[in-house]
Design a protein around this ligand. Structure first.
Ligand SMILES: *Cc1c(COP(=O)(O)O)cnc(C)c1O
Length: 226
């Protein structure tokens, strides 16, 4: 593919997503500045990510610690103000690397992980924003705490592990109406008194904004199909 053409199209798609986000915010009676775009760059290399950086995008999401370790040190050397969010499931043996590399972790969902992350934050003297993942669809194969356990788990993270829990994250089931899940996550966050809602992907980020998303995680609509 022609190099310039692909460069242009990522920047254009990024701009289109940002415009659509702003329109959704206005339609929901919200301030567009209250919704952050996390550009999900998983599977894409530095060359594919660069056009987004050069267009001013600074917040990125990756779902695998090891993959992110392979490319982000080089990206950060050139773009030191890039902010990196871990949006994929986390194993406790990856806690050290995750805490060293990421600024946000969206996928705290069990005490073992909460404890491992808390220990590494203390050991590395890092300041990490944490979110609790909620399995709003109660899918057996999916990560996240059950909705009726969420508030107690948030409490445990805060009191027992002193984690800074900013909010909640969910990934709705593929075959269900996403709005129901966004509404549920919004309700639980409100009950917990948490301000951040990480929800909405390429197919449904506009809908998520209507339900109060503060962070949308958009990959395909910016970088193309994986
Ligand atoms: C890949 C991924 C996204 C982005 O999905 P798209 O449909 O490509 O926008 C968002 N959230 C999580 C947790 C992901 O793994």
């Amino acid at each position: 593919m022609d190099e310039n053409m692909s460069t242009d199209s990522t920047a254009e798609r990024l701009r289109d997503v940002k415009n659509a986000m702003a329109e959704s915010a206005v339609a929901a009676g919200r301030d567009g500045d209250d919704v952050a775009l996390i550009a999900v760059s998983k599977t894409h290399d530095f060359d594919a990510i660069r056009p987004a950086l050069d267009a001013g995008q600074r917040v990125f999401g990756e779902n695998r610690v090891q993959e992110a370790q392979g490319k982000w040190p080089a990206i950060r050397a050139e773009y030191p103000d890039a902010e990196l969010h871990l949006i994929g499931p986390l194993q406790s043996n990856k806690a050290r690397d995750a805490v060293a590399l990421f600024d946000w972790i969206h996928t705290i969902d069990r005490e073992k992980i909460a404890g491992a992350i808390a220990r590494e934050i203390a050991a590395q003297n890092r300041n990490i924003c944490c979110l609790v993942q909620v399995n709003t669809g109660m899918e057996p194969q999916k990560a996240g705490v059950d909705p009726d356990q969420a508030q107690a788990f948030v409490n445990t993270c805060q009191t027992k592990y002193s984690l800074t829990i900013k909010g909640l994250m969910c990934i709705p089931p593929l075959d269900e109406e996403a709005a129901l899940h966004f509404a549920l996550l919004q309700k639980i966050a409100k009950e917990c008194g948490l301000p951040v809602l990480s929800m909405g992907m390429s197919a449904d980020y506009e809908k998520a904004i209507a339900f109060g998303a503060t962070h949308v995680r958009v990959g395909t609509a910016i970088f193309g199909t994986r």
